[in-house]
Write a protein that binds this ligand. Structure first.
Ligand SMILES: Cc1cc2nc3c(=O)[nH]c(=O)nc-3n(C[C@H](O)[C@H](O)[C@H](O)COP(=O)(O)O)c2cc1C
Length: 201
């Protein structure tokens, strides 16, 4: 086994990720749950953007977005994605690569319902990633969906979650003189078990 102690200790990578995110919540100025989500388009050209990680489950990471956005098309086509979270305050990062499925059931309904009314109406109004004539056109669309859906808009069918089931999770922490610590958790073939390897910085 490795000399995996301190912040790297634990039997479950999702537990470690939850712990690090909790610590980041105390230390970061804004959005400790921001992740840089990476996808590839049909030509294999990589793409990246920030989204907010909303749940760390027992076996997966969940975020929410518009199913007609560029990222959604890339994910639906490839079925795979990667992300990195970096906390400047902690000088740590977590990298994840995995397969992706939609979360568009009751869990997505419940999360949508938990958002502020303005955010829910905003989700209805935005044709995310498609051209927009002007800010005024967007505000007119917000007024239109507000008139249509009132104070209790349902979750749009074009908006929901994605669940990333990792095949790899890497935990990285800054070390003196660039001698950082890295631990790679890799799913063993076909199973629920992980192989853990310390990597060179
Ligand atoms: C800190 C931060 C958090 C964001 N969170 C989300 C999010 O949770 N969901 C989302 O769809 N877009 C989010 N965005 C906007 C995305 O970065 C992006 O602009 C948008 O989703 C369109 O991306 P796409 O055209 O590649 O699909 C966030 C942006 C920032 C800077």
């Amino acid at each position: 086994m490795t000399d995996r102690t301190g912040i790297f200790a634990g039997d479950c990578p999702f537990g470690i990720a939850r712990r690090w995110l909790d610590e980041a919540g105390e230390a970061e100025i804004n959005d400790p749950n921001a992740i840089a989500l990476s996808t590839v388009d049909a030509d294999g050209l990589p793409d990246a953007r920030m989204v907010l990680l909303k749940e760390i489950e027992d076996d997966a990471f969940v975020f929410y977005t518009n199913y007609e956005s560029a990222k959604a098309q890339e994910i639906d086509q490839a079925g795979k994605a990667a992300f990195v979270m970096h906390w400047k305050s902690l000088r740590r990062q977590i990298r994840v690569r995995g397969t992706v499925t939609r979360e568009d059931g009751p869990q997505a309904d419940a999360y949508f319902a938990s958002r502020s009314l303005k955010s829910r109406l905003g989700a209805w109004a935005s044709k995310q990633s498609r051209p927009l004539a002007s800010r005024a056109a967007l505000m007119a669309e917000v007024a239109k969906v507000t008139a249509r859906h009132g104070t209790n808009p349902p979750r749009p069918s074009f908006w929901g979650g994605y669940r990333i089931n990792p095949v790899q999770i890497e935990f990285w922490a800054d070390g003196a003189f660039r001698l950082h610590d890295r631990f790679m958790w890799r799913r063993k073939e076909g199973g629920a078990d992980w192989e853990i390897t310390r990597l060179n910085p």
